[in-house]
Design a protein around this ligand. Sequence first.
Ligand SMILES: C[S@@+](CC[C@H](N)C(=O)[O-])C[C@H]1O[C@@H](n2cnc3c(N)ncnc32)[C@H](O)[C@@H]1O
Length: 193
Amino acid sequence: MQPAQHVLDVAIGTADLTIEMLRRGKAEQVTGIDLSDQMMRIGKEKTDKHHLPNVRFMHANAQSMPFEKDTFDAVTCAFGCRNFQDLDEGLCEMYRVLKPGGQVVILEFSYPSNRLVRALYDIYFTRVLPWIGRVVSRDKTAYTYLNKSVKSFCWGETFARHLTDAGFKEAAWETLTFGIATIYIARKCIIDN
Ligand SMILES: C[S@@+](CC[C@H](N)C(=O)[O-])C[C@H]1O[C@@H](n2cnc3c(N)ncnc32)[C@H](O)[C@@H]1O
Protein backbone atom coordinates (compact mmCIF):
# COMPACT_ATOMS: atom_id res chain seq x y z
CA MET A 1 0.00 0.00 0.00
CA GLN A 2 1.26 3.44 -0.89
CA PRO A 3 1.35 5.93 2.01
CA ALA A 4 -1.76 8.10 2.08
CA GLN A 5 -2.82 11.10 4.11
CA HIS A 6 -6.44 10.39 5.05
CA VAL A 7 -7.50 6.72 4.89
CA LEU A 8 -11.01 5.33 5.26
CA ASP A 9 -10.87 1.94 7.00
CA VAL A 10 -14.17 0.22 6.21
CA ALA A 11 -15.34 -2.32 8.83
CA ILE A 12 -12.63 -1.05 11.20
CA GLY A 13 -13.79 -3.49 13.90
CA THR A 14 -11.21 -3.62 16.69
CA ALA A 15 -8.78 -1.54 14.59
CA ASP A 16 -5.95 -4.04 13.96
CA LEU A 17 -5.42 -2.87 10.38
CA THR A 18 -5.69 0.81 11.35
CA ILE A 19 -3.07 0.41 14.09
CA GLU A 20 -0.72 -1.38 11.69
CA MET A 21 -1.16 1.32 9.01
CA LEU A 22 -0.44 4.14 11.46
CA ARG A 23 2.53 2.37 13.00
CA ARG A 24 4.06 1.68 9.57
CA GLY A 25 3.50 5.25 8.36
CA LYS A 26 1.02 4.19 5.66
CA ALA A 27 -1.62 6.63 6.90
CA GLU A 28 -1.49 9.97 8.71
CA GLN A 29 -5.12 10.02 9.72
CA VAL A 30 -7.76 7.27 9.67
CA THR A 31 -11.54 7.42 9.68
CA GLY A 32 -12.99 4.03 10.52
CA ILE A 33 -16.59 2.93 10.05
CA ASP A 34 -18.34 -0.13 11.41
CA LEU A 35 -21.84 -1.33 12.29
CA SER A 36 -20.72 -2.66 15.67
CA ASP A 37 -20.20 -0.09 18.44
CA GLN A 38 -18.87 -2.84 20.71
CA MET A 39 -16.08 -3.73 18.24
CA MET A 40 -15.20 -0.04 17.86
CA ARG A 41 -15.16 0.49 21.64
CA ILE A 42 -12.43 -2.17 21.90
CA GLY A 43 -10.70 -0.59 18.87
CA LYS A 44 -10.70 2.82 20.60
CA GLU A 45 -9.20 1.31 23.76
CA LYS A 46 -6.44 -0.21 21.60
CA THR A 47 -5.63 2.99 19.67
CA ASP A 48 -5.55 4.92 22.98
CA LYS A 49 -3.21 2.33 24.46
CA HIS A 50 -0.89 2.69 21.44
CA HIS A 51 -1.07 6.52 21.71
CA LEU A 52 -2.56 6.89 18.24
CA PRO A 53 -4.83 9.94 18.39
CA ASN A 54 -5.47 10.36 14.65
CA VAL A 55 -8.32 7.87 14.45
CA ARG A 56 -12.00 8.78 14.19
CA PHE A 57 -14.50 5.96 14.81
CA MET A 58 -17.95 6.31 13.24
CA HIS A 59 -21.03 4.10 13.29
CA ALA A 60 -21.93 3.70 9.60
CA ASN A 61 -22.91 1.09 7.04
CA ALA A 62 -20.35 0.30 4.31
CA GLN A 63 -23.23 0.04 1.85
CA SER A 64 -24.40 3.59 2.40
CA MET A 65 -21.63 5.84 3.68
CA PRO A 66 -22.23 9.32 5.11
CA PHE A 67 -19.38 10.94 3.10
CA GLU A 68 -19.15 13.14 0.04
CA LYS A 69 -17.74 11.70 -3.15
CA ASP A 70 -13.92 11.92 -3.58
CA THR A 71 -13.22 12.38 0.17
CA PHE A 72 -10.42 9.92 1.04
CA ASP A 73 -6.88 9.41 -0.28
CA ALA A 74 -7.13 5.63 0.18
CA VAL A 75 -9.76 3.10 1.26
CA THR A 76 -8.97 -0.14 3.10
CA CYS A 77 -11.05 -3.06 4.33
CA ALA A 78 -9.70 -6.09 6.20
CA PHE A 79 -11.98 -9.12 6.60
CA GLY A 80 -15.07 -6.97 6.22
CA CYS A 81 -16.35 -7.41 2.63
CA ARG A 82 -17.36 -11.04 3.22
CA ASN A 83 -19.89 -9.82 5.76
CA PHE A 84 -21.62 -7.20 3.60
CA GLN A 85 -25.21 -7.96 2.70
CA ASP A 86 -24.46 -6.69 -0.79
CA LEU A 87 -20.81 -6.80 -1.85
CA ASP A 88 -21.31 -4.68 -4.99
CA GLU A 89 -23.06 -1.91 -3.07
CA GLY A 90 -20.13 -1.81 -0.61
CA LEU A 91 -17.52 -1.70 -3.39
CA CYS A 92 -19.44 1.03 -5.28
CA GLU A 93 -19.53 3.10 -2.09
CA MET A 94 -15.77 2.64 -1.61
CA TYR A 95 -15.27 3.81 -5.19
CA ARG A 96 -17.54 6.86 -4.72
CA VAL A 97 -15.79 8.18 -1.59
CA LEU A 98 -12.23 7.55 -2.88
CA LYS A 99 -10.39 10.45 -4.51
CA PRO A 100 -9.37 9.96 -8.16
CA GLY A 101 -5.89 8.44 -8.24
CA GLY A 102 -6.41 6.81 -4.81
CA GLN A 103 -5.90 3.15 -3.95
CA VAL A 104 -8.34 0.63 -2.52
CA VAL A 105 -6.70 -2.19 -0.53
CA ILE A 106 -8.82 -5.14 0.56
CA LEU A 107 -7.77 -8.13 2.63
CA GLU A 108 -10.11 -11.10 2.71
CA PHE A 109 -10.12 -14.83 3.40
CA SER A 110 -9.89 -17.15 0.39
CA TYR A 111 -10.04 -20.88 -0.17
CA PRO A 112 -6.61 -22.46 -0.93
CA SER A 113 -6.23 -24.04 -4.38
CA ASN A 114 -3.54 -26.58 -3.37
CA ARG A 115 -5.31 -29.87 -2.51
CA LEU A 116 -3.13 -30.70 0.49
CA VAL A 117 -3.45 -27.22 1.99
CA ARG A 118 -7.21 -27.38 1.28
CA ALA A 119 -7.50 -30.68 3.20
CA LEU A 120 -5.60 -29.27 6.20
CA TYR A 121 -7.65 -26.08 5.98
CA ASP A 122 -10.92 -28.06 6.01
CA ILE A 123 -9.85 -30.06 9.08
CA TYR A 124 -8.79 -26.91 10.90
CA PHE A 125 -11.89 -24.87 10.05
CA THR A 126 -14.53 -27.59 10.44
CA ARG A 127 -13.11 -29.40 13.49
CA VAL A 128 -10.32 -27.58 15.35
CA LEU A 129 -11.49 -23.94 15.19
CA PRO A 130 -15.18 -24.58 16.13
CA TRP A 131 -13.91 -26.60 19.11
CA ILE A 132 -11.58 -23.79 20.22
CA GLY A 133 -14.40 -21.28 19.65
CA ARG A 134 -16.78 -23.36 21.79
CA VAL A 135 -14.26 -23.62 24.64
CA VAL A 136 -13.02 -20.02 24.56
CA SER A 137 -16.13 -18.01 23.63
CA ARG A 138 -18.81 -20.61 24.47
CA ASP A 139 -20.36 -19.67 21.13
CA LYS A 140 -20.69 -22.67 18.83
CA THR A 141 -22.02 -20.76 15.82
CA ALA A 142 -19.41 -17.96 15.69
CA TYR A 143 -16.62 -20.15 14.38
CA THR A 144 -18.68 -22.35 12.07
CA TYR A 145 -19.94 -19.15 10.42
CA LEU A 146 -16.35 -18.28 9.48
CA ASN A 147 -15.84 -21.47 7.46
CA LYS A 148 -19.25 -21.28 5.77
CA SER A 149 -18.87 -17.61 4.87
CA VAL A 150 -15.38 -18.14 3.39
CA LYS A 151 -16.54 -21.00 1.18
CA SER A 152 -19.61 -19.20 -0.08
CA PHE A 153 -17.64 -16.01 -0.84
CA CYS A 154 -15.67 -15.26 -4.02
CA TRP A 155 -11.92 -14.78 -4.32
CA GLY A 156 -9.14 -14.20 -6.85
CA GLU A 157 -10.28 -13.30 -10.34
CA THR A 158 -13.97 -13.31 -9.44
CA PHE A 159 -13.46 -10.81 -6.61
CA ALA A 160 -11.25 -8.68 -8.91
CA ARG A 161 -14.15 -8.62 -11.42
CA HIS A 162 -16.44 -7.17 -8.73
CA LEU A 163 -13.82 -4.42 -8.21
CA THR A 164 -13.75 -3.68 -11.94
CA ASP A 165 -17.56 -3.66 -12.10
CA ALA A 166 -17.57 -1.06 -9.31
CA GLY A 167 -15.36 1.17 -11.50
CA PHE A 168 -11.86 0.37 -10.17
CA LYS A 169 -8.94 -0.07 -12.57
CA GLU A 170 -5.67 -2.03 -12.44
CA ALA A 171 -7.16 -4.64 -10.08
CA ALA A 172 -4.43 -7.01 -8.88
CA TRP A 173 -4.26 -9.60 -6.13
CA GLU A 174 -1.75 -11.68 -4.22
CA THR A 175 -2.46 -14.78 -2.17
CA LEU A 176 -1.03 -14.94 1.35
CA THR A 177 -0.27 -17.81 3.77
CA PHE A 178 -0.77 -20.68 1.28
CA GLY A 179 -3.90 -19.04 -0.12
CA ILE A 180 -5.96 -18.75 3.07
CA ALA A 181 -6.09 -14.98 2.57
CA THR A 182 -5.79 -12.69 -0.44
CA ILE A 183 -4.92 -9.03 -0.70
CA TYR A 184 -6.54 -7.03 -3.53
CA ILE A 185 -5.29 -3.67 -4.73
CA ALA A 186 -6.97 -1.44 -7.30
CA ARG A 187 -7.18 2.23 -8.19
CA LYS A 188 -9.72 4.90 -9.06
CA CYS A 189 -8.58 6.54 -12.29
CA ILE A 190 -7.79 10.24 -12.34
CA ILE A 191 -10.14 10.64 -15.30
CA ASP A 192 -13.38 9.16 -13.90
CA ASN A 193 -15.56 8.11 -16.87
C1 LIG B 1 -13.42 -9.28 11.18
S1 LIG B 1 -14.08 -7.76 11.65
C2 LIG B 1 -12.99 -6.58 10.92
C3 LIG B 1 -11.62 -6.49 11.53
C4 LIG B 1 -10.94 -5.16 11.33
N1 LIG B 1 -10.90 -4.74 9.95
C5 LIG B 1 -9.54 -5.12 11.92
O1 LIG B 1 -8.56 -4.85 11.20
O2 LIG B 1 -9.40 -5.34 13.13
C6 LIG B 1 -15.49 -7.58 10.60
C7 LIG B 1 -16.26 -6.29 10.89
O3 LIG B 1 -17.13 -6.00 9.79
C8 LIG B 1 -18.18 -5.22 10.32
N2 LIG B 1 -19.24 -5.10 9.31
C9 LIG B 1 -19.97 -6.10 8.76
N3 LIG B 1 -20.82 -5.61 7.85
C10 LIG B 1 -20.64 -4.26 7.83
C11 LIG B 1 -21.22 -3.20 7.09
N4 LIG B 1 -22.18 -3.40 6.19
N5 LIG B 1 -20.78 -1.95 7.32
C12 LIG B 1 -19.80 -1.69 8.23
N6 LIG B 1 -19.21 -2.67 8.95
C13 LIG B 1 -19.62 -3.93 8.76
C14 LIG B 1 -18.54 -6.00 11.57
O4 LIG B 1 -19.31 -5.24 12.47
C15 LIG B 1 -17.16 -6.36 12.12
O5 LIG B 1 -16.71 -5.45 13.08
